[in-house]
Design a protein. Structure first.
Length: 206
């Protein structure tokens, strides 16, 4: 089994500002913000980013696909999903990855909601969601640099538990394989990652 590569401090090259505004429902052609509203939103985005501590994990493993819907990670796990099998059908390796924004930003969101600072809480929530998604993009870019030196290429997209016919319960396999406890991420009885702004994903190498 290959070892997990941990990233204990992911620094994004830039704040995913456009994605944050899009998640907030702003549209360039349809949404008008006053100067004060824009300044307040920008201040909240920065405050959220100051609280976010992005961490991640990456694991490459061999795989075997047993038609029509079993993805077998030898000695580790079996994933039942016809969609995932199709997604990985041309791959020689499967890649598991995970990222988290940490607990501090979630505590701030809870405090804001409790004190009825709803607007700031919503901006914090959107910022944390897009930051952790950008962290996965960062990990995929790191993966691309590594495997291209080997003459290989990663897929450009990723797949997550709970999407299509890949049951959310598979999150347990991914959490265990990545050792996400070491990043401060746990699982509920319903296979939900905690802190909430934590994600896992699967991609492949061809």
């Amino acid at each position: 089994m290959k070892s997990v590569r941990y990233f204990h401090a992911i620094h994004l090259p830039e704040i995913p500002r456009e994605a944050i505004y899009r998640r907030l429902g702003f549209r360039r052609s349809a949404t008008t913000l006053t100067e004060a509203q824009r300044a307040e939103t920008e201040r909240s985005i920065q405050e959220a980013m100051d609280l976010i501590r992005l961490k991640g994990a990456l694991l490459r493993m061999p795989l075997r696909i047993e038609a029509p819907c079993q993805i077998v990670v030898p000695g580790e796990a079996v994933f039942e999903s016809a969609h995932l099998a199709t997604f990985l059908r041309d791959c020689r390796e499967v890649v598991f990855m995970g990222a988290t924004a940490g607990e501090a930003v979630m505590e701030a969101i809870k405090a804001d909601m409790a004190e009825e600072r709803v607007t700031r809480a919503v901006v914090f929530d959107a910022t944390a969601s897009e930051a952790v998604d950008a962290a996965l993009d960062w990990i995929m870019a790191c993966l691309a640099r590594i495997v291209q030196r080997e003459g290989l290429n990663p897929l450009k997209t990723r797949y997550s538990a709970g999407y299509g016919d890949l049951a959310l319960e598979n999150q347990r396999h991914i959490h265990r394989l990545l050792g996400m406890d070491l990043l401060g991420v746990s699982l509920t009885n319903h296979s939900i990652l905690v802190p909430e702004k934590s994600v896992t994903a699967i991609t492949g190498i061809v």
